[in-house]
Design a protein around this ligand. Structure first.
Ligand SMILES: Cc1ncc(C[n+]2csc(CCOP(=O)(O)OP(=O)(O)O)c2C)c(N)n1
Ligand code: SF4
Ligand SMILES: [Mg+2]
Length: 314
């Protein structure tokens, strides 16, 4: 690229802390203003509930169109951004997190939400889950876990339980399923919560807590696929004779070993915030490097520092 072209590039956005959400002069967005296309999910799919609560979150927390971005990979659950009237992307299968990472690192003024399925997040996107968590990139990831590949019509997913009969395991799944909470803990996620699509108040509570966390926040949301895995989560639904055990009040959310023990409880396990830690985000650490470099180069802009680095490499 010629020097003149490079110098005509728009300036990098000013890096600032996330501003106060409340903007007294503006009305919160109504559901009508946030809802886009009519969701194409099967009637009864758990994903409807997650979407409805996301609308509610945006309304309740007065997040405006220009301050939120909604990213997803591929899958029934990942159709999510289509149904939200805001900036976002329905991206490549398994690649929502790297896309969302770029947004988060370059636009610290935005609230970045990623939505994924169990296949999208833990199969094809498993490596990105690990690295986004360990880098502690500020965003919220909601995995709508239905224990199956829904969009492609019933294949075994990484969270399908042993014995689950699917098109890929006609005699029943033989592979040990992963435990999303343990996976997130091991990867270094700094906020981990569990919820279920049948408990709307709880979903909203978890989304708000995740959004307020300064770091990578992960929510495993059980979300029934009524078409290919009906009844999967009945044991977690009091209306179907199940239980909804909340994280015990005396659980220390900063205790990793205790979180690991809670995560290992038999299904339905515990719901609520299971782990929360403070660790510098990649966003903050990179900002520090940029600020130091800028100070050493008499206030040069990030792209000017980059240009100097390229020049040295010539
Ligand atoms: C690179 C690539 N590989 C495979 C597929 C096919 N595919 C689309 S969605 C999907 C799995 C979706 O499962 P999950 O993430 O659990 O979402 P759900 O549909 O259950 O919500 C697969 C394998 C694809 N679209 N792209
Ligand atoms: S196939 Fe399953 S996951 Fe997909 S929309 Fe239908 S119920 Fe939901
Ligand atoms: Mg799935």
């Amino acid at each position: 690229m010629s020097e003149s072209r490079l110098f005509s590039m728009p300036e990098a956005p000013v890096r600032a802390a996330v501003p106060e959400l409340a903007d007294g002069d503006r009305k919160p967005l109504s559901k009508k203003e946030i809802a886009a296309d009519h969701p194409t999910w099967c009637p009864g799919c758990g994903d409807f509930s997650v979407l409805a609560l996301y609308y509610k979150l945006i309304e309740k927390r007065k997040i405006f169109h220009e301050k939120v971005t909604t990213v997803a990979g591929i899958g029934c659950s990942s159709r999510f951004p289509y149904f939200v009237q805001a900036h976002g992307a329905h991206f490549i299968h398994g690649r929502a997190l790297p896309f969302a990472s770029g947004i988060s690192l370059s636009r610290p003024d935005l609230h970045v939400f990623a939505f994924s399925g169990d296949g999208d997040a833990f199969s094809i996107g498993g490596n990105h889950f690990t690295h986004t968590a360990r880098k502690n990139i500020k965003m919220t990831l909601v995995v709508m876990d239905n224990w199956v590949y829904g969009l492609t019509k019933k294949q075994t997913s990484p969270t399908s339980p042993l014995g689950f009969k699917s098109k890929t395991d006609i005699w029943g799944a033989v592979d040990q399923p992963i435990n999303p909470v343990k996976q997130a803990l091991a990867a270094g996620a700094t906020f981990i919560a569990r919820t279920t699509s049948t408990n709307p108040n709880h979903i909203l509570q978890m989304m708000e807590a995740a959004m307020d966390h300064d770091g990578f926040s992960f929510i495993q949301c059980l979300s029934e696929c009524v078409e290919f895995y009906p009844g999967a989560f009945d044991a977690a639904n009091p209306r179907k004779g199940g239980k909804f055990p909340e994280v015990p009040k005396d659980h220390d959310v900063s205790d990793e070993a205790a979180a690991y023990r809670l995560a290992g409880e038999a299904f339905p396990g515990y719901f609520g915030v299971i782990y929360k830690a403070q660790r510098p985000t990649k966003n903050a650490l990179e900002n520090r490097i940029i600020a130091d470099a800028s100070a050493k180069t008499q206030g040069a802009k990030p792209w000017q520092i980059l240009q100097k680095t390229f020049d040295r490499m010539k």
